[in-house]
Design a protein around this ligand. Sequence first.
Ligand code: GLU
Length: 496
Amino acid sequence: MALDMAFFEDMENRIPKGKVRTRFAPSPTGYMHVGNLRTALYTWLIARHNGGDFILRIEDTDQGRLVEGAVDVIYKTMAECGLTHDEGPDVGGPVGPYIQTERRGLYSKYAELLVEKGAAYYCFCEKAESEEESGDFNHAADPCRNLSQEEIAVNLSAGKSYVIRQKIPTGQTTFHDVIFGDITVENETLDDQVLLKSDGLPTYNFANVVDDHLMGITHVVRGSEYLSSAPKYNLLYEAFGWNIPTYVHCSPVMRDAQNKMSKRHGDPSYEDLIAKGYLTPAVLNYVALLGWSPKGEIAEQEIFSLDELTQVFDIAGISKSPAIFDIAKLDHFNAVYLRAMESAAFHKVAEPYIRQSVKNPKIDTAMIAPLLQARLETLAEIPEKVDFFDTLPDYGTDLYINKKSKTDEDSSLEILTAYLPVLEALDAWNHDTLYQSMVDYAAEHELKNAKLMWPVRIAVAGKTVTPGGAVEICHILGKDESLRRIRIGIEKLSNR
Ligand code: GLU
């Protein structure tokens, strides 16, 4: 077979040079797990820190695992996180296409080139997939390894189904990883893996080598589950005569000391975390520190914006040991981020959560939001905290008993009954007038403020733990609703 060498030359000429180029290469699974998000973030940071290019490549050659809408999840997540790409399926670029199935014609050409170079071979054996995966057949004894040109030609023209396999040479292979150092393996432990499947599509292990080279990727950042395949990649690069990129294999993100995080076992993906009320920048900040730590002057710093990370991120700070995902730690980060938000921005993110339980359109969510901002770890705590604004819970009068405020049911009944007409007569209903009315009343009657404010709060909220106190809640509920609730309180206390 004569290969079109001009084609390969042309492909080489397209490769951008002289710049750091990294890629995030997700398979479209329909969600972004935390480990993947971290890979995306580190990969992006390496490119941005070095003024390089960041490329998005979709690895969809595993047709059996395709999920509808999954690519959109990738775009959406990357955009939400601010991990902008310079090249990718949607924005194009000099070395596209950026979706592997759209590159399919290319892989067979490179597989044939590798056959020509003696580093791969046509295999016509029919092997069950299970047999393939178990790896317990002897590749060295595979008769296809040594077929003559003529035999291959005969089989091909007879239309026999085939795969193309990597021909692992004898000897040892050493590869270098920035995190794990030099690793040497005996080649006999490596299998003659399939590079091109019988459907003409490449395996992941082949496609990523071809694509990383043709896209000019200088740093390959990925999960350490691919470490064991790295020697095979090196053999491929060497056979092609290509430069080997810098490998950065990251240890997994674990649920606990033994288990990796896994969506299948109920661990949250990025989308799950957002749905649970975590803020994207807090998640990114926490994820950045799962396996990377700052050094020197900033060694103790925990809170980093994406811009700050871009300034300070270095590969040397990536850890070899697996990181454990600790949701309590993420809660802490999220609380810090929530508190640091501008109040208008906080209102914007809190509003949908407030509206989950406060349906009454007369209640102004902008008045509730400031009461919540300093008291939350996640936005998902909001609906339960503010439900009483909508509907007064059916509470028991024991809530009026409070040691600290020195209140009980009798004192509460007496005070509420006496104070109700004062509120009824209050014309201007706002925070200041309400506050003034309550403290004046307490002073005139020689009561501690709490002795009045506790029963008012219980009457208007029907619960003991509330964002805001008596003044804020009365203000938000408005005069009519506050008075109605206080009357209900008096009735409950009278009929106990
Ligand atoms: N498609 C692979 C994955 O989603 C990417 C691995 C790599 O980055 O090389 O795990």
